[in-house]
Design a protein around this ligand. Structure first.
Ligand SMILES: N[C@@H](CCC(=O)N[C@@H](CS)C(=O)NCC(=O)O)C(=O)O
Length: 118
């Protein structure tokens, strides 16, 4: 089972590499504004998780420079479980107005980013 999962993970990464989407290019001033907003976001993820790859591809298409945190590594693994509530990825940490929100579900994350930055 581990070998099959490992192989599928590598296959996903290879296909993602071959079919890397084009990164959105914004005018410099606009990108600076977007970067200022995305510094309050962080994506907890696994490198080879298909749902995380889906979100990362969407971020790239939108030209979003969001910090990626490996949820298999300390301290992010514990932070995700303790503060987010589940050891599940992808999860978007959103800091706004002094509060922190934890958004799970790849489709919800993509919808949120599309609505906010499209
Ligand atoms: N429906 C979820 C599925 C997410 C999911 O199943 N993620 C897996 C990794 S691919 C996970 O975090 N499983 C729990 C674990 O590995 O501990 C989504 O679209 O985000």
């Amino acid at each position: 089972m581990f070998i099959i999962r490992w192989f599928l993970g590598r296959l996903i990464l290879l296909l993602n590499f071959i079919f890397t989407p084009k990164k959105r290019k914004r005018p410099q001033g606009e990108q600076t504004t977007v970067d200022a907003a995305t510094q309050y976001l962080a994506l907890y993820q696994y490198k080879a998780c298909p749902f995380c790859v889906k979100v990362r591809r969407s971020m790239r298409k939108q030209g979003l420079n969001i910090v990626l945190l490996d949820a298999k590594q300390a301290p992010h693994k514990d932070t995700l479980l303790d503060q987010g509530g589940y050891a599940k990825v992808p999860c978007l940490r959103i800091e706004e107005n002094g509060d922190t929100r934890w958004m799970y579900e790849s489709s919800d994350i993509i919808d949120y980013l599309d609505k906010r930055f499209a």
